[in-house]
Design a protein around this ligand. Structure first.
Ligand SMILES: Cc1cc2nc3c(=O)[nH]c(=O)nc-3n(C[C@H](O)[C@H](O)[C@H](O)COP(=O)(O)OP(=O)(O)OC[C@H]3O[C@@H](n4cnc5c(N)ncnc54)[C@H](O)[C@@H]3O)c2cc1C
Length: 421
């Protein structure tokens, strides 16, 4: 079905939706109907809730359903990361166990990848899973895990073979978070939010059937998740058509409001460039020549970065593989956030320290100033993007590595405590 257009898909979805929509259903009942129709994940195969359509069909189907006054799939790491990874790599048994309930939003997921000593160098992780009959027993610590304190399930990468070389000793699991061996502790951030957690795994148990992909293939599977993460990262808004109402809509609104609490500060993390002109005017600074120059630099960079993102999006819509725009765009967003931070500091002066203020905008600016550093860390730091551009785009020699070609147990490790073992 390669010649199908987005208008054809919209028309088909709309035809189905008009027959199927019942606002008095519960959200889960409605989403089960959606999953059964094949329009929850139309790019998936017809054996697994899909319609064998191209990747862009998912976006078109979901937008059509929302515009018509309905509800599509849930936001979050479940639909965005866990489901596509399982769809690509899991056994049929595992897909049967989890895919439907992930698409309906019954299961909330978190990503258990980073560790105190393994962030940029993710493949250096040391959380260990040891086989015990039909189960794996997991011990270690994860960190920076968004929403882990209220997740039902986690996607987890753990080391299953210390005798193998670094990347070959990892396996990928889905972990039930509701068990004694799993403790998620929220971390208080410097912007007073608690989006992240540290997760302690102490003899946590995972049935062998919950391994995704083959034993030792965890790195390949994790790279698949990270590729999905790059496209999913921008989906942090939920739209409801004007006038949409009914039980399904009420439950979906409540679900979205709960989910989005975690991300309330994310616009601040990007620098709130939209507030710059208004704040400069409010403070009587629009004639300040130095400030004007910095504002123009900021607006120009932001506009150029939007064009780069637009080019990347257009390429993907045409089915082109992700190119260097991804890393360049990510770097540009970090720079926009940094410059916005500087401009807001210049405008706000000491008022930028006012977290509690009579003026709610001051509080937003205060949050901008302590949130922008996250922009150049999340999803791969600036330095890592430089490395990717250097090696993959400019063809520079690879970084020297001292941890390849020998069993991981013999390699010096970052313990996350400022020393190596
Ligand atoms: C908003 C946000 C959300 C997140 N959500 C999650 C989540 O849900 N699940 C999860 O598992 N993780 C999550 N993370 C963690 C994130 O993936 C890591 O913070 C990131 O990969 C960086 O790792 P690190 O913090 O360990 O820093 P490190 O890797 O220790 O880096 C420290 C510094 O060293 C530099 N550096 C490291 N290696 C190199 C190199 N080879 N060359 C040059 N410089 C280098 C880095 O650029 C950085 O400046 C989140 C982080 C943020 C900020």
């Amino acid at each position: 079905m390669t010649d199908i257009s987005d208008t054809d898909i919209s028309a088909q979805v709309l035809g189905w939706f008009r027959e199927a929509w019942d606002p008095d259903l519960t959200l889960v009942e409605w989403r089960n109907r959606l999953v059964d129709s094949g329009w929850a994940a139309p790019s998936w195969s017809s054996d697994w809730f899909g319609r064998d359509l191209p990747a862009w069909a998912d976006r078109v189907a979901h937008a059509t359903i929302r515009d018509a006054g309905g509800v599509a799939v849930p936001l979050g790491a479940g639909y965005g990361l866990a489901a596509p990874t399982m769809y690509d790599h899991a056994s049929n048994e595992l897909k049967r166990k989890y895919l439907r309930r992930t698409l309906t939003g019954e299961l909330a997921w978190c990503q258990l990848f980073s560790e105190p000593g393994a962030g940029s160098d993710l493949a250096g992780l040391t959380t260990t899973a040891v086989r015990d009959g039909d189960e794996w027993i997991v011990n270690g610590q994860k960190v920076w895990n968004t929403s882990a304190d209220h997740a039902d399930m986690g996607i987890l990468v753990a080391r299953t073979d210390w005798g193998a070389v670094k990347h070959a000793g990892l396996s990928y699991f889905v972990l039930d978070m509701h068990q004694d061996g799993v403790t998620a502790r929220p971390i208080e951030q410097m912007n007073f939010r608690n989006s992240f957690n540290e997760v302690f795994l102490t003899d946590a148990r995972i049935p062998h059937e919950n391994m995704v992909g083959a034993e030792g293939a965890g790195w390949k599977v994790a790279r698949g998740t990270l590729a999905h993460e790059r496209s999913f990262a921008t989906q942090r808004t939920v739209r409801f058509a004007r006038g949409a109402s009914g039980r399904v809509i009420d439950e979906a609104r409540a679900e979205a409001a709960e989910y989005l609490k975690t991300y309330e500060w994310y616009p601040q993390r990007m620098g709130r460039v939209d507030l710059v002109t208004e704040r400069a005017a409010a403070m009587g600074l629009t004639d300040d020549r130095v400030l004007r120059q910095e504002m123009v630099d900021l607006f120009s960079l932001q506009r150029a970065s939007e064009w780069t993102a637009g080019r990347a999006k257009a390429g993907r819509a045409l089915g082109r593989p992700p190119g260097s725009e991804g890393s360049i765009g990510k770097l540009a967003l970090s720079e926009v956030a940094r410059r916005a931070h500087r401009v807001h500091t210049r405008i706000a002066g000491a008022r930028g320290l006012l977290k509690e203020s009579d003026d709610p905008v001051d509080a937003v600016i205060a949050e901008v100033l302590v949130s922008t550093p996250a922009q150049s860390i999340a999803g791969g730091t600036d330095e890592i993007q430089h490395n990717i551009i250097g090696e993959n785009v400019l063809g520079l020699p690879k970084e020297p590595a001292v941890d390849r070609g020998q069993p991981f147990r013999d390699v010096g490790k970052n313990t996350g405590r400022g020393s190596t073992t």
